[in-house]
Design a protein around this ligand. Structure first.
Ligand code: PMP
Length: 412
């Protein structure tokens, strides 16, 4: 463990997550499926409960006391999220998560500046949610999707190749910050600067990074950034889209309905500016309040300490699996995020995950919403262990023990 990682009071932090303190099939739970969703601390559960217990009403509509309170809490949550990534409040649009954020941008761009024949550049390491929305635009709007290749089992991006593709002036470059399968941490500021020099808009998928490292959209230099609350200690069905203010205000709405309009008549409607323009209908008010509590909790814990700690756990797991030849591992050898994805030759991912479950260990097996990437790397399915700040080195060791035992159990 490096020095910064060692200062995280993990045993104290674990007490904030009662769910971790249980036995599964008679064994202590080892939760290593944080890439899919993280657990929620008591302060988040309390914030949501407090809202429904004392303050629940619809936002922005009522003149009565409860509605005023709910509106204040909801808008304070927006400010809290804005501060978390160093943006302005008006630049934060609450969504159901990353998937909705990307679809929102795709849908609005398709009604606005994106024309048939325009290109969207996407990397080959993207999650389905940063592939399919663009493919839908290709299918229904005549937009072209261009793929930035990745190379080798580490999934390397060649910067010169990126520059060549950006020189062809796509309208948008959409890419993940951290690959949910490879564990790659892409150099967002560098990629965004390259795109900006060429007048190309950028969208960053921060699903795997927002809860794991400090993000500052001004120094990243992106036009859009999306994340999911449930991957950063907040309830499911929450998240936000950041968009540069003038860009958001220039884009047409995504959903139509209540709260996003200035005026409506039978002859037509006019729309508010961001963020209201993109938040039609009653939002997930309790969820946004829970998300703000999660962001408070993460910052109190320390984003830099979290990053150092869970990246270190990922590296430990990677190094041990490789040095003991326990499995084939994909993704970069160093500088990786807090997850490790692997394949044990002769053992189907689902069999290994089922075996791990019998040992109390929660892993993920399958294509991880990266079917195209899996195929490119020559796998139908792999197993992923993904870490968070409440995991321990003992749990990394439990994973290794489990892998050794599984191989013996399956006669490999
Ligand atoms: N992008 C990445 C990199 C992800 O890991 C995920 C979730 N696995 C998503 C997008 C989609 O997030 P959500 O399902 O929360 O919308």
């Amino acid at each position: 463990m490096n020095e910064r990682a060692a200062v995280l009071p993990v045993e104290d932090l674990r007490r904030d997550f009662p769910i971790l303190d249980q036995r599964i099939h008679g064994k202590p739970l080892v939760y290593l499926d944080n890439g899919a969703t993280t657990q929620k601390p008591l302060c988040v559960l309390d914030a949501v409960r407090r809202f429904y217990e004392r303050d629940n009403a619809n936002v922005h509509r009522g003149i009565h006391e409860l509605s005023a309170r709910a509106t204040d809490l909801f808008e304070a949550a927006r400010e809290r999220c804005a501060k978390f990534i160093s943006s302005a409040s008006e630049e934060i649009i609450f969504t159901r998560g990353t998937t909705e954020g990307i679809n929102l941008v795709a849908g609005s761009l398709a009604r606005g500046p994106l024309r048939a024949g325009d290109t969207v550049l996407v990397t080959q390491m993207e999650h389905h949610s940063n592939m399919v929305p663009w493919q839908l635009l290709a299918e229904y709007h005549g937009v072209r999707v261009e793929w930035l290749p990745i190379h080798g089992q580490e999934g390397r991006i060649d910067r010169d190749e990126l520059v060549r593709l950006l020189d062809r002036e796509p309208k948008l470059f959409a890419f993940t910050h951290i690959s949910n399968t490879l564990g790659t941490i892409n150099p967002v500021a560098d990629f965004c600067a390259l795109a900006k020099e060429r007048g190309v808009m950028t969208l960053v998928d921060a699903a795997q990074s927002a809860g794991h490292m400090r993000l500052d959209v001004k120094s990243l230099g992106c036009d859009f950034l999306v994340c999911s609350g449930h991957k950063m200690c907040a309830p499911t069905g929450t998240g936000f889209l950041y968009g540069r203010q003038e860009l958001l205000d220039s884009l047409p709405p995504y959903h139509g309905g209540g709260e996003m309009i200035d005026s409506v008549d039978y002859s037509g409607s006019t729309y508010k500016l961001s963020p209201s323009r993109f938040e039609a209908g009653t939002p997930n008010i309790g969820g946004a309040i829970g998300l703000a509590a999660a962001v408070d909790y993460l910052e109190k814990t320390g984003m830099d300490a979290i990053a150092a700690y869970d990246h270190e756990l990922g590296q430990q797991a990677y190094d041990a699996i490789v040095s003991e030849s326990l499995a084939e591992v994909i993704g970069p050898a160093v500088g990786r995020a807090g997850l490790v994805t692997f394949h044990v030759p002769g053992l189907h991912a689902h069999d290994l995950v089922t075996y791990a479950d019998s040992q109390g260990i929660a892993l993920r097996g399958g294509h991880h919403c990266n079917q195209a990437l899996m195929r490119k790397l020559g796998y139908t399915a792999t197993v992923r262990a993904s870490f968070y700040f409440y995991n321990t080195t003992q749990e990394v060791e439990a994973l290794l023990v489990c892998l050794r035992k599984a191989k013996a159990y399956f006669g490999l």
